[in-house]
Ligand binder design. Structure first.
Ligand SMILES: Cc1cc2nc3c(=O)[nH]c(=O)nc-3n(C[C@H](O)[C@H](O)[C@H](O)COP(=O)(O)O)c2cc1C
Length: 149
C-alpha cells in the first residue's frame, strides 16, 4: 500500500497499445519487475493486461509522476500506436495495493475476458486513433468495474 499524502491529487490514465512482438511470460515478467521498482519509487499503482498483441494499462498517481511515466512508456519500442483512452483526476486509487498488478486473461471471469477481447478487436479493427472511439472508453470503464469486483 502506498502511503498517500496527496490523495486529493490522484490522476488516472488508461491506454491501449499494440505490442511490436508477441509477449511470453518471461517478457511480461521483465516488464512487470521494472515497472514495480519504478512505480514503488514514484508512488504509482495500477494494472497491466496483455492479450494477443494488445496491452491495456491503468496508471494512477500524482499527475506529474503519471505524465513522466507515460512519456517513458510511450517511447518504449516494445509497443507502438499507444492510445490514451481515459485520462483525468479521480477521487481515490482503484488499485492502491498494486505497484503494477497483472490481470491474466486465463484467470479472469468470462465476462471480464470478453471485454478484453472486445477491446483488442476494437484496437485491431478500429479507426486509426482508437482513443477517438467512444465505445472503447465505455468498454474499458466496464472492464475496470468488473475487475474491481
Ligand atoms: C507494456 C509496458 C508497460 C510498462 N509499464 C511501466 C510502468 O508502469 N512503470 C514504469 O516505470 N515503466 C513501465 N514500463 C517500462 C518503461 O517503458 C521503461 O522501459 C522504463 O520505465 C524505463 O525505466 P528506467 O529509466 O529506470 O530504465 C512499461 C513498458 C511496457 C512495454
Amino acid at each position: 500500500m502506498i502511503a498517500d499524502a496527496t490523495t486529493a491529487g490522484i490522476s488516472r490514465l488508461v491506454y491501449v497499445s499494440a505490442a511490436t512482438a508477441p509477449q511470453d511470460s518471461d517478457a511480461l515478467t521483465r516488464i512487470l519487475a521494472k515497472s514495480r521498482d519504478n512505480n514503488r519509487r514514484d508512488g504509482i499503482t495500477g494494472l497491466l493486461i496483455y492479450h494477443d498483441m494488445t496491452f491495456i494499462q491503468l496508471l494512477e498517481g500524482a499527475p506529474d509522476d503519471i505524465a513522466r511515466c507515460f512519456a517513458r512508456i510511450s517511447a518504449d519500442p516494445r509497443h507502438g500506436s499507444v492510445s490514451r483512452v481515459l485520462d483525468g483526476p479521480v477521487a481515490a486509487r482503484s488499485f492502491p495495493e498494486w505497484q503494477m498488478g497483472f490481470a491474466d486473461t486465463r484467470e479472469m471471469s468470462s465476462q471480464a475476458r470478453d471485454k478484453v477481447l472486445s477491446i483488442g478487436e476494437l484496437r485491431t479493427n478500429g479507426s486509426a486513433s482508437v482513443s477517438d472511439d467512444p465505445g472503447l472508453s465505455v468498454l474499458v470503464k466496464s472492464l475496470l468495474g468488473t475487475l474491481r469486483g
